[in-house]
Ligand binder design. Sequence first.
Ligand code: 5RP
Length: 225
Amino acid sequence: MKDFEKEKMLAAQEAVKFIESDMIVGLGTGSTAFYAINEIGKLVKNGFKIKAVATSNESAALAASLNIDVIDINAVDSIDITIDGADEFTSEFLMIKGGGGALFREKVVAAMTKKEIIIADSSKKVAVLGKFKVPVEVVPFAYQYVLRQLAVINGKGTVRMKNDTQYLTDQGNFIIDADFGLISDPKALAAKLNEIEGVAAHGLFIGLTHTIIMGERDTTIIFKK
Ligand code: 5RP
């Protein structure tokens, strides 16, 4: 049986090899990014000078606990490398992110990043996106409208809940998890989602990733564009 935790860790260890001292590094969110942040903590302990931008309060707190210097994203013009996870990806570099609820910040960080590295265990690789529902981060004011607009484009949306109330992102937004079935044309769907007023960000990440590192049993497979 595959050990997915080991695959995540191996992918993270491989990814941090791309980091050099004095870089500005984007920190992803989730259980796979957790391993990368811990590895970055080791680099800092060994004398690397790194400034980091975090994609969530949780990742910022973990980084700070490891003495990684976390700075405000608005203090930088660009980010050298970001290491983040994914919920699904294809060999064509199409992916779904946002399962952990950090998609708005993850997308902004990815857009500002020169080298976005996605790390994942082998369960995340799919032939076609869509088994995992597409997270859509919405401004609360607009969430019922967005639910209706998603239905118009054949998306069955459910508002993500936590402790009997709507889950709130670090941005103070709601998340709608939208089921589109298998997505034959992710680019077309992304374009439609971009058109809906009230959507802060959606979980289809297209054209934002430079390298994918996947753990596969005792080794890693690197996909490059
Ligand atoms: C958080 C994300 C995560 O990267 C994604 O959900 C993968 O998480 P994990 O590594 O825990 O499987 O997009 O918003």
